[in-house]
Design a protein around this ligand. Sequence first.
Ligand code: AMP
Ligand code: TRP
Length: 343
Amino acid sequence: MFKERVFSGVQPTGNLHLGNYLGAITKFVALQERYDCIYCVVDLHAITVWQDPAELPRATREVTAAFIACGIDPKQNIVFNQSQVAEHAELGWIFNCIARMGWLNRMTQFKEKAGKDRENASVGLYSYPTLMAADILVYRATHVPVGEDQKQHLELSRDVAQKFNNDYAVSIHAHGFGDAFFPLPEPLITGPATRVMSLRDGTKKMSKSDASDYSRINLTDDAEAIAQKIRKAKTDPEPLPSEEKGLLSRPEADNLVGIYAALQGVTKSDVLRDYGGAQFSSFKGALVDLAVAKLGPIGAEMKRLVQDPAFIDSVLAEGAGRAQAIAADTMKAVKDIVGLVRR
Ligand code: AMP
Ligand code: TRP
């Protein structure tokens, strides 16, 4: 009943890394063949924690450059930054009135990001998931490729859509939208690297904010840095197992095999068929070669693209115009459904 459409977002908060690439951006690229896709640099989400205003525009342009360098075609898809389409924030407000305190209180990302000093977290950080629901639903998107860590937020987006459809069912029907105005967006969390772990600690997620740069491979790292980080990555003393179940309770081995599989576009079993019994020193050598071959050209292209901010800004402006045309239609309908008088 709903037109199939993909939406996803990435925050411009520094250091894009291998987790972002394998968990999200490679999926974005694959999906553009089959779907209408909208890819957004979510700068309004970024400012839920402090961002230096002298740095934020650079980070927004860098994520845009990463999208393009990884193979997202901004002509075929819509690529833009969130703050240029005011409808995200507008629908976010409506969703703040739909979502319940109890739902937000359960969000683990808020608990992690707010830490011990919860009283001092911004209100925006708390209501972050309702803005995320608005990002998706302002385009009535049906599919959302994300890493594993976003699963709970996606569930909340579905709950918001469902409650809006229920609460306003009579009005939705009266305005000619049938039984449901919003689709229940489906998360697409697939493949061997939906949760890439830190290279220093296989039980911690690879993250932009980890103090140690050795914990992650940044998309802008050169061949030398990639090689060094992989060689120094934590492992255990055993050789690689020949079957996937041998990776249980070996988080570092599991992580490196998952990274190899995702970069190569195969399964972990395939990798273990080739490397079962191998020592980490030789497996790491193969992983360095693969990672440098895949990531090297992306980093180089990103660096080239960010030299031309005027080009990046023209991509974002054009994308924002196309996005807004869709978002504005949704907001008109939402206002009618909710009973807000409009021009
Ligand atoms: P963020 O940088 O938090 O905006 O994340 C952008 C996308 O990358 C989201 O879809 C995340 O789920 C995904 N992502 C972030 N870190 C990882 C990770 N360590 N492994 C897999 N996916 C990740
Ligand atoms: N919360 C996501 C993250 O931190 C980013 C995001 C914002 C997003 N809005 C979204 C992802 C909408 C998918 C759909 O990774």
